[in-house]
Design a protein around this ligand. Sequence first.
Ligand code: NAI
Length: 289
Amino acid sequence: MNVAVIGSGTMGSGIAQVAATAGCAVKIYDNNQNALDKSAAGLEKTLTTLLEKGKIDAGARDAIWGNLSFVSALEELADADLVIEAIVENLDIKRKLFADLESIVSENTILASNTSSLSIASIAASVKKSERVIGIHFFNPAPLMQLVEVIPAVQTSSEVHTRTVQTIAGWKKTVAVAKDTPGFIVNRVARPFYGEALRIYEEGQADFATIDWAMKTFGGFRMGPFELMDFIGHDVNYVVTETVFTSFYFDPRYKPSFTQKRLLEAGFLGRKSGRGFYDYAKDLPAPDE
Ligand code: NAI
């Protein structure tokens, strides 16, 4: 199966690794050459680490690497059977990309979005043959997280739904079919986890490191809410909260946080920029110091 992944950031690179490991020929496209180069270097390093740790052998490493190619023109995705879009979480930009894609790929190609919170119906409405559009929502890091939400839109055909579930299950992931509602299942349930932690911090009840420590040490969570927001990226996490909030008609349960908005505006996106709530560069003070 020929797979195209659009957007070579955190999620696109991880999804490409999953598909290439399952034996698919994967083309990764990004409109930013630096991002594409970074993805190639990152994936090569990941495969080397897996080899060194004995998780894969040299043959598997070579096969997975051989399945990956990095392309800088959308037209090179013409032979894709399945396209998975993992670009910026912005409806207008995603809609424009899907409309452009439709004139390039075959009419049987499945067009999927990895959106965390946007309406699949709305993305599907940007193409003429909207029955081939579906949501395939991986979690971060895609190679490690077992769950994948598959989200058929109201326009999606049952054939595309079935083919997608079979494909993702064939990639050794566990599929949860979710309704096309804001945040689907996991991201909706997770909103209060971040939101309430941010409120406790903003009220001055505890600093963020203490909240993370309590949730990990006694709460049984692998990462605290602030570590997790830094890991996901505030650009992604804040926008998802904003989308869920507005999509649920401004339900105060999902109200976004100014603290997080200011981090985003400052470019403190979390791990990927070297600073978020925590300072990953170590030479700058963390925001509350
Ligand atoms: P990212 O910022 O790491 O990567 C996005 C990539 O898309 C960048 O390399 C950028 O250059 C590229 N891009 C932007 N516009 C483009 C366009 N028009 N054409 C081609 N490439 C374009 O973002 P990330 O975190 O990988 O998120 C991507 C998508 O996955 C978003 O929709 C996000 O909501 C979703 N998602 C993110 C998760 C996370 O934990 N970060 C988890 C699950 C879903």
